[in-house]
Design a protein around this ligand. Sequence first.
Ligand SMILES: *[C@@H]1O[C@H](CO)[C@@H](O)[C@H](O)[C@H]1NC(C)=O
Ligand SMILES: *[C@@H]1O[C@H](CO)[C@@H](O)[C@H](O)[C@H]1NC(C)=O
Ligand SMILES: *[C@@H]1O[C@H](CO)[C@@H](O)[C@H](O)[C@H]1NC(C)=O
Ligand SMILES: *[C@@H]1O[C@H](CO)[C@@H](O)[C@H](O)[C@H]1NC(C)=O
Ligand SMILES: *[C@@H]1O[C@H](CO)[C@@H](O)[C@H](O)[C@H]1NC(C)=O
Ligand SMILES: [Zn+2]
Length: 943
Amino acid sequence: MAKVSQLAKVIAGTFVVLTISVIAGTITMAVFYNQQISTMNVTSPPTSPSTTEGPPPIMRLPKNLVPERYKIFIQPHFYTRIIELVNVTSPNQTLLFTGNSTVYFHCVQKTGSIFLHSKDLVVSNPVVIDQDTDEKMGVIKMTNHEDESNFLEIRLKEPLQAGTNYSLFLAFAGQVSEYLEALYLSSYVEGIPAYEGDPNADRFLVSTDLQPTDARKVFPCFDEPEMKAVFDVTIIHRRETMALGNAKEAGSDVIDDEWQFTRFHPTPRMSTYLFAFTVSEFKSRPASFHRQVEIKTFARPEAIRAGYTQYAEIITRKILSFYETYFGIEYVQQKLDQIALPDLYPAAMENWGLVTYQEASLLYEDGVSSLLHKEEIATVIAHELAHQWFGNLVTMKWWNDIWLNEGFASYMSYIAVDDAEELFKVKDMYVVNDLHAAFREDALASSHPLSPQPDDVQTTSQITEMFDTITYCKGATVVRMLVDFVGENVFKKAIKRYLMDFKYKNTVQNILWDYVQQAVFEDGGFTNIAKVMDTWTNQIGYPVITINTTNGEIYQKHFLYNDTTESSLWWYVPIRVMSSTAAPTLVTLETSSPVKKEVFISKKGEWILANVNFTGYYRVNYNPENWERLLTQLEINPHRIPVMNRAQLIDDAFNLARAKLVDVTLALNTTHFIRNEIEYLPWESAVRNLEYFVLMFDRSEVYGPMQAYFRNQVQYLYEFFKNDTDNSKVPKDHSLQHSQITAIEVACSNGVPQCVEMATKMFGFWMNNHTNIIHPNLRSVIYCQAIAAGGKEEWEFAWKTFQNSTDTSEKEQLRRAMSCTKKIWLLNRYLEYTLNPEKIRLMDVASTISYVARNVAGQALAWNFVRAHWDYVSAGDGAVLIEEVTSRFSTKFELQELERFAQDYNLGPASRAAYQAVEQTQVNIEWVRENKEIILDWFEKEI
Ligand SMILES: *[C@@H]1O[C@H](CO)[C@@H](O)[C@H](O)[C@H]1NC(C)=O
Ligand SMILES: *[C@@H]1O[C@H](CO)[C@@H](O)[C@H](O)[C@H]1NC(C)=O
Ligand SMILES: *[C@@H]1O[C@H](CO)[C@@H](O)[C@H](O)[C@H]1NC(C)=O
Ligand SMILES: *[C@@H]1O[C@H](CO)[C@@H](O)[C@H](O)[C@H]1NC(C)=O
Ligand SMILES: *[C@@H]1O[C@H](CO)[C@@H](O)[C@H](O)[C@H]1NC(C)=O
Ligand SMILES: [Zn+2]
């Protein structure tokens, strides 16, 4: 899946498109769903005595039974529309779904019980048949274990025999979720409602989202990634609706006046978490073909009519062909459906043959969507399509190796988008984003290895926690480092064979290393790949390399923000190094002790630069003389230093300062040169690093001088784009488009008068003339700045426009912008709105609160709010929420509050985030104490 929080920050605000709707409050509608499964005519299974005491449950299925095929019927009973007419009684909506499944399996070890997974289902009528003799086996009892294992145990009169094939039939019933999990209900408004809240315009659909462990809530199954099987699926749905599944439709027919069925071809052998279906009134444009593969994009009929799926269709074909060539294996299914859902959390999910997306990740509207939004759509599609190979075709054995899915998909998405859309330059930009995100998390002692031991990842909470920044971003950058180290051709050769040999099977990390090793040998290399890579994947963190250019001595040390933490970890570090007079070369540091190397000696006072193009997952520190030379070079002619390294020098210096390895003034000095910089990456790096200073000091006297410094630094950049900006125009180059947004953001938020005036004027023109002349790229930043500078009138206009808008892109931009107001009472009101799904969709709750928390005026409000409404607001992504609302914490009092929160609340999968936040707060407290005076001095001297 693609994480929401992973999307580039710039883009997150400049979102999408189109004519949609508000959520028609599925939660408030719950009162109508009165057909309870408890009243159904099924016998509940006997339950075992509650097991709250005794040893912890065993979470893994015994491996004595191997599923081969499922034959599944599912019937969701909901209505897609409920039209109320005066003269007709309309039906009540229902969340019931019913069905049955037969799983065919092979017994490899004699057993008296069948164990599989089932959660929140009413399961009945077990029938076990010996497939070899066709005899029915007696069932003694069926038990749904009441612990975290979610086991459904079926005890048999006679044991199942090794070497024999059996089938297990089960009927089941369940309730469609209203919380975007498992099989869930989503809604949207079609057409123009006759009046506000007109229920006749509401449309409903159901969709699945099963990763990692929700398949068991839809049908009883062997719900572990290694238990791959073929799925034979029939969906029974209402006649006016359309059903999609993983595989191509094999047939459909009418059952009666109300119902029809759609049967699908058998799926390829796949893991349960990739199972998917949807039932809706959605439409698609005519299919396009890639070889024999039928490609369709589905969305709300209005979005299809308006052509919002066109960009996705074009880019999908390009990316699919790219992967087929790169991996040397054709996409194996006969069709590829992609569907834009009004509600989905995460951003997208790679279900084999039926990829689901949030609308914002798939739909693009020319002239309304930010041009930069295409980057995100292309990247998310490329990520999900990479999974059709990495993840779907070849799957990790267990969730501890999920980085094999997510790290590879993230890495491959940049390569693929770079091929399909060269102008986007996503390779540079997203790589830097990923690196920085991973670097931050992984410098804490509470980080986790990319590939932990399987035993450390057992419960659903532990599995869910694995879908984090480390897995995605560190995963992608470690793959990138490997590719740089062994060469792209060797890497390609290795993964082609790896995918071919393990298709429809499961692997572990070490198998991948074996394949890379083989390719390295064939290429004449002799490095021990597992020995090198294991240091990056099996242990936490990363090193800082310290180079003394006087004598060429280098050594490594575990990089941690907390400088008192003891660590003896070390890594095999490939180092690309260049100097002012020498081209880049590659050397490897293979020891924990200091070594001297000729290549690191500065001969005639030239500078040395290590980690050229940022291909390595490590930081670099130098002796003061070399830092000085590098900074001088940046002032005189920055272009001698590759643009990624201009960004890296800033990022390294700031983080080294945080870890007390260099003075904070050195870090600040690295931002001098940006006053003549136009490129996005160095600016982004400077802004993001100073953001930490903003968070630590925007409630103190340091903030004034700091803002004055920002105003000074941004002057050239702002002027560079001023003509364009004032006329609502943007440059052609994508990276310059990003720079332009940064220019406005930095200038306005630090009070450059021309900027605030420009934003206020443009927004005012929109308010007064009801014509929006602001370029789509600039809307997000200008809305925010105008609302920050304005008052009630601007905010009310934004809220009204947000509510009435049928355009997703505009809604996203406004939703973010409303958090920018400085008025406490408006922020309070906005927070309250997040509790009402008719005002703010559940999937947007976490990000809305996070936006408010980012605003200095909203920080304390958001923190109180999150604690008061934790159960509701954490439904989306509680971990991100904790990280965001605590990002300013830097006092003893805040630390105490946070510790109490971590103790008293049931945080579930957000627990680790809470511990990380505690650690981060301790670091912040100390940092502020040590640096405040020095930093205040520095800024005062600068201005
Ligand atoms: C109910 O009323 C609608 C319009 O008010 C009309 O079109 C429809 O024919 C009526 N249906 C019945 C069953 O009388
Ligand atoms: C809908 O639910 C209400 C309240 O439970 C009930 O009175 C009514 O008969 C139901 N309508 C239909 C059509 O089932
Ligand atoms: C399973 O469900 C389908 C659809 O409702 C039904 O036609 C079929 O008879 C059921 N199978 C069994 C064995 O009950
Ligand atoms: C730093 O690490 C040491 C040793 O592990 C620990 O005792 C201390 O509390 C940590 N300090 C902070 C600020 O996290
Ligand atoms: C670098 O090496 C020189 C020569 O051995 C030494 O004098 C100097 O102190 C070292 N610098 C640092 C920062 O360790
Ligand atoms: Zn993914």
